[in-house]
Design a protein around this ligand. Structure first.
Ligand SMILES: *Cc1c(COP(=O)(O)O)cnc(C)c1O
Length: 419
């Protein structure tokens, strides 16, 4: 690799994997808006297919050529190479949505009779896929609550008699919307405990909330990391996309299924995400800086009962979460939720009074967003689970953007005055 001298991903986001000489000297990677690619010769075409279909190994100096945009396309390949740098992964596959990334790994690594263990609460779409789609294929699902420790998770597997059936542990941390943390290293230990010589229990982590800047699950023992690239990676609320990263061996399987499901991202999405990656770190760090100011403001406000912000974790109040936070996270992030003094009516008055902050779901974008989890993103969670996870009628979730924090505070302050 030419760039080995420069080791910080942010330095490489403008150049890694792209050679201007191959594109008329264009400083930026063009959009290869093409479905198919012309072979130099019939022999070359034959060779590409032999490798693509696994009929033989790639030779030591051989370069895999371009065939057809469902299999490979320069915008996707270069984007995937760049995404690998942040997580220190061997390989990456980009998808047309976060949900297609998530559903593809579950379909590839789970079979009828298997069981998936997941952390609760999960993103609503992932939960729905596990509960309503995987079960139709005879794949069982059992859950543990985000705050439960390793021995409790082991007990849950044994109590369900799933020792021989569990094939994947699927977690999301921090949990949405209350920022409860799941210990990735503890989950690795659980996965190892139930792995057999010929069957490794895979640990997959949805890192959408923190990645790829603030948390690196592969470094803590995860096998696969998945993203909704719609969120921080895209970062401008203008594209839907997803990504999966992991070892070469696992990613070959993921990419093969992607080829046959046909759910890869298109060249235009690839190009948009490459553009977004150039500013990923500056955006995310500014968002985290703004979030800290806003969390402090909310914490001191008389109409706010409780602020759920990772920066407020203390060893005294929550030693378990605090230890995970220190080991696993590089930042408190830019997601805040808080309980207003009141209920749904007060929350709606607040949300309807915001001017600069937009009332919308999604997260991780340049503009700040606000929503009411109980009636919006988490409206189909059962009342018991809502109570368990602290998703009350008084909870508001904020995704902090890159505006000036003083203006955000002015907006929040006026909206709270209206409550
Ligand atoms: C948005 C989101 C998803 C789903 O991603 P899409 O790009 O909307 O398909 C999955 N997980 C988390 C944590 C998310 O926030």
């Amino acid at each position: 690799m030419k760039n080995q001298k420069f080791k910080h991903p942010e330095s490489l986001m403008m150049s890694h994997g792209y050679d201007p000489k191959l594109s008329e000297g264009a400083i930026k990677c063009p959009i290869f808006q093409t479905s198919t690619f012309v072979f130099d010769s019939a022999e070359a075409g034959k060779g590409f297919f032999e490798i693509a279909y696994g009929l033989r190994e790639k030779g030591p100096t051989e370069e895999m050529g371009l065939i057809y945009s469902r299999l490979n396309n320069p915008d996707l390949e270069i984007l995937e190479n760049r995404l690998c740098l942040w997580d220190g992964a061997d390989d990456c596959a980009v998808f047309e949505s976060g949900m297609s990334a998530i559903s593809t790994i579950m379909l590839e690594f789970l079979s009828p009779g298997d069981c998936v263990l997941y952390s609760n609460p999960l993103y609503g779409g992932s939960y729905h896929f596990i509960k309503n789609v995987l079960c139709r294929f005879g794949i069982e699902a059992i859950a543990f609550n985000a705050h439960e420790p390793e021995n409790k998770i082991n007990d849950i597997i044994e109590k369900h008699g799933a020792q021989d059936k569990v094939k994947m542990i699927y977690i999301e941390t921090p949990a949405n919307p209350t920022n409860q943390l799941v210990d990735i290293e503890a989950c690795r230990k659980v996965a190892d405990r139930f792995s057999k010589d010929d069957q490794r229990v895979l640990l997959a982590v949805d890192n959408t909330y923190m990645g790829p800047i603030w948390q690196h699950p592969l470094a803590h023992g995860a096998d696969l990391v998945v993203y909704s690239a719609t969120k921080y990676i895209g970062g401008h609320s203008d594209v839907i996309a997803g990504a999966v990263l992991g070892s070469a061996e696992l990613m070959t399987r993921v990419k093969t299924l992607r080829t046959f499901l046909g759910n890869m991202a298109g060249p235009w999405t690839g190009w948009l995400l490459m553009r977004s990656l150039e500013t990923l770190k500056v955006r995310m760090n500014e968002q985290a800086h703004n979030a800290e100011q806003i969390a402090n403001y909310l914490q001191a406000h008389p109409k706010v009962k409780k602020v759920h912000y990772l920066g407020f974790l203390t060893e005294k109040d929550n030693p378990q979460n605090f230890a995970v936070y220190q080991r696993q996270l590089k930042s408190a992030g830019a997601m805040i939720s808080f309980d207003i003094d009141g209920g749904e009516k007060e929350c709606f008055r607040f949300l309807n009074s915001l001017k600069l902050i937009k009332l919308a779901v999604s997260l991780g974008s340049t503009e700040s967003l606000a929503e009411h989890p109980s009636t919006m993103t988490h409206s189909d969670v059962t009342p018991e689970d809502k109570a368990l996870y602290g998703i009350s009628d008084s909870l508001v979730r904020l995704s902090i953007g890159v505006e000036h924090y003083e203006d955000l505070i002015t907006d929040i302050g006026s909206a709270l005055d209206a409550v």
